[in-house]
Design a protein around this ligand. Structure first.
Ligand SMILES: *[C@@H]1O[C@H](CO)[C@@H](O)[C@H](O)[C@H]1NC(C)=O
Ligand SMILES: *[C@@H]1O[C@H](CO)[C@@H](O)[C@H](O)[C@H]1NC(C)=O
Ligand SMILES: *[C@@H]1O[C@H](CO)[C@@H](O)[C@H](O)[C@H]1NC(C)=O
Ligand SMILES: *[C@@H]1O[C@H](CO)[C@@H](O)[C@H](O)[C@H]1NC(C)=O
Ligand SMILES: *[C@@H]1O[C@H](CO)[C@@H](O)[C@H](O)[C@H]1NC(C)=O
Ligand SMILES: *[C@@H]1O[C@H](CO)[C@@H](O)[C@H](O)[C@H]1NC(C)=O
Length: 596
């Protein structure tokens, strides 16, 4: 029975979707492991292309139990009856005119990948109070994915959203802005800062921080009025009118001026009032990125620095976080009022606001803020497992923090091979579900594992081995979040003879969770979600067309799920480009955009 379901699943249909991923624990669940060991399945899989798709189904038992909230850390066996699924193997269907048409009909996933290449652009949903998600509409909410027509056919370098403004960098590196906090006159995205070859964006409460390809950091007011009336820099271009630069808008350059000879800025992030700058030599700088308040919760990471004690000169000059010297920092993250960084040796540090435990170290119950970077005790989380833990990445949003860890046994043997486990941990505020752990808590100051993204494995056909499923990335909004899994995708099925009509493309799994007050999860419902969940495919028109082409016009029983297309070389309007879909969870809004 299991075998049949596996084949069905992989070749044809996506089950209605509780969270996808199977937890294969190394030790704790021998029974589960035996029942689902990928090699056992492999013997019979003719259609199965990747265990990734198969494991999803085995996951149902365990996933379902945490869905229902009563089995967070309980042992779950595959023998448990899975929820009822009415999977029909061969629905009668219209004769397909070609292999490619057959692929579209049989697979929502194949169609989604294809549509993402044929039809680049931006889908958005959530709060529309600032006309960010649907600039032409007066609706308060947009409940499920909708295109922003302005971006049809466009590919972007970056995109960041708040509930009252949006900012994007187009393919040429120019800044686009829209939303009521930008302007109440022009509804459509409008070019503002141009000619700077921008690459990366971050947003504070009222400013846009942008990083150019050459490593220059710009701080630009969100408001168009302020851009027009504020102080303008003297033109930095030594050839007048060169490069279409428009220095008629107000902005400040905030590149640290103490960079080494070949050192340059490689990343920027911003909270509501503070921004972090990372350089190629692993140094971190911070500066005040808002104009309403000076950061006063320690989020700058510079002990003793306040409005009163700040050095002479502009209030928003970058300062190096010198206490991090000796720790080559590789990743930076900013929540609204706190910061997280990790270094090349896999250590994580946090600083700033701790009112909801988002810094992760129970140390002094009286101190609400911590203004010096402090080491997160991550090794302790793996005490007794014999594993060594390395923090790979850090993420933050609102008053919640996340970090990903890879753990493995240092002394592997043939009997006990050094399998790498990839885990995701969450901490901080979780009252509306944004920790993704299935719990609703005020302050989670000791990190908890997010079961949906921890200890996942899949079978890699190319290397004949079991590999951990890592996260491709997390996008943490102010109160909701999304995770893209780095599962093995299939992107090379084209119209050529070597593929059969049952070979299909599929993308990567993406799950959403957290606060849903503004419909920012995209589930179409408004209830908060404490366990990562799938949403429907974004292009509902294409889905409907596909469903209609199944003979008999019977409405499909199954719900398909949105999968996001990872990076691939594709032809768009006659050009070869490397493109991917990316998700951006902002403040009360979400977008999926086509990115270079
Ligand atoms: C951070 O906040 C948590 C929860 O409020 C508290 O238990 C912990 O002691 C605080 N840590 C510090 C260093 O203040
Ligand atoms: C944490 O953030 C949420 C919204 O993002 C907010 O409602 C809540 O008040 C914050 N908690 C604290 C203690 O600031
Ligand atoms: C961050 O601090 C500002 C005030 O400086 C406050 O308005 C906001 O609620 C805080 N956000 C969180 C998530 O704690
Ligand atoms: C690994 O082996 C070395 C010596 O062979 C030993 O010193 C070390 O404690 C071992 N580590 C673990 C985690 O078992
Ligand atoms: C942390 O949360 C608990 C219950 O969720 C609450 O009793 C406690 O007051 C909170 N502590 C802080 C510092 O907010
Ligand atoms: C795009 O790539 C294909 C091969 O992948 C090549 O044949 C074609 O010439 C390229 N087209 C352009 C415009 O570069």
């Amino acid at each position: 029975m299991l075998k049949t379901r596996c084949v069905q699943r992989a070749s044809l249909r996506i089950p209605r979707a509780p969270p996808s991923c199977r937890q294969v624990s190394n030790k704790a669940r021998p029974q589960t492991r035996a029942a689902t060991h990928p090699y056992a399945q492999r013997r019979q899989q003719h259609f199965v292309r990747s265990i990734a798709t198969v494991t999803v189904l085995w996951a149902t038992a365990s996933a379902w139990s945490w869905y229902n909230g009563h089995a967070l850390f309980r042992e779950v066996h595959a023998e448990e009856p899975p929820p009822e699924q009415e999977l029909k193997f061969e629905m009668p269907r219209r004769q397909a005119a070609s292999k490619e048409e057959n692929r579209d009909i049989i697979s929502s996933q194949h169609l989604q990948v294809k549509r993402s290449w044929e039809n680049p652009g931006v889908y958005a949903w959530g709060s529309n109070k600032g006309k960010v998600v649907a600039p032409d509409s007066t609706e308060t909410y947009v409940k499920s994915a909708r295109r922003i027509p302005f971006f049809d056919g466009k590919i972007l370098r970056d995109l960041k959203l708040a509930s009252t403004f949006g900012a994007a960098i187009d393919e040429k590196g120019d800044l686009l802005q829209w939303g009521t906090a930008f302007s109440t006159e022009s509804a459509q995205p409008t070019h503002t800062l141009r000619g700077k070859n921008l690459a990366t964006l971050a947003i504070s409460r009222d400013r846009i921080i942008a990083l150019s390809k050459s490593g220059t950091v710009y701080s630009i007011p969100v408001s168009q009025k302020e851009q027009r009336t504020g102080p303008k820099p003297a033109s930095t271009s030594w050839i007048p009118f060169w490069g279409g630069s428009n220095d008629d808008i107000s902005y400040r350059i905030r590149t640290p001026n103490s960079l080494g000879y070949s050192e340059r800025v490689t990343d920027i992030v911003s909270g509501l009032e503070h921004a972090l700058i990372l350089t190629s030599s692993g140094r971190v700088f911070s500066f005040a990125s808002g104009t309403e308040h000076y950061p006063r919760k320690g989020q700058l990471g510079i002990p003793g620095l306040t409005w009163e004690t700040r050095p002479a000169g502009p209030f928003d000059l970058p300062h190096e976080i010198t206490t991090l010297k000796g720790f080559p920092i590789t990743k930076i993250a900013a929540g609204d009022n706190h910061s997280l960084v990790c270094d090349s040796a896999g250590r994580a540090f946090s600083f700033g606001d701790n009112t909801t435990g988002q810094l992760g170290f129970p140390f002094n119950p009286d101190s609400l803020y911590v203004d010096a970077p402090s080491l997160l005790p991550t090794q302790r989380l793996y005490a007794g497992t014999g594993q060594e833990a390395t923090v790979k990445n850090v993420y933050a949003g609102g008053n919640t923090s996340f970090f990903t860890v890879e753990a493995s046994k240092p002394n592997a043997s043939a009997r006990d091979p050094a399998r790498v486990t990839a885990d995701t941990w969450a901490l901080g505020y979780g009252l509306t579900g944004q920790l993704g752990t299935g719990r609703w808590v005020h302050n989670q100051s000791s990190p908890v594992k997010v079961p949906a993204f921890s200890s996942l494995f899949e079978y890699d056909e190319k290397t004949n081995s079991i590999v951990p499923i890592r996260l491709a990335y997390l996008s943490i909004g102010q109160s909701h979040a999304a995770a893209v899994l780095d599962n093995i995708a299939s992107l090379d099925v084209k119209s050529n003879r070597k593929h059969t009509e049952n070979d299909i493309n599929w993308g990567q799994d993406i799950l959403f969770w957290g606060n849903n007050e503004f419909y920012q999860i995209g589930s179409g419902k408004r209830s908060n979600v404490a366990t990562p969940t799938y949403i429907q495919p974004l292009d509902q028109a294409a889905e409907a067309e596909r469903a209609a082409s199944i003979a008999g016009g019977k409405a499909e029983k199954e719900q398909h799920r949105f999968q996001i297309t990872p990076r691939n070389k594709v032809k768009v309007n006659g050009r070869n480009i490397s493109m991917q879909q990316r998700v951006e969870c902002g403040r009360e809004v979400t977008a999926v955009y086509s990115a270079v």
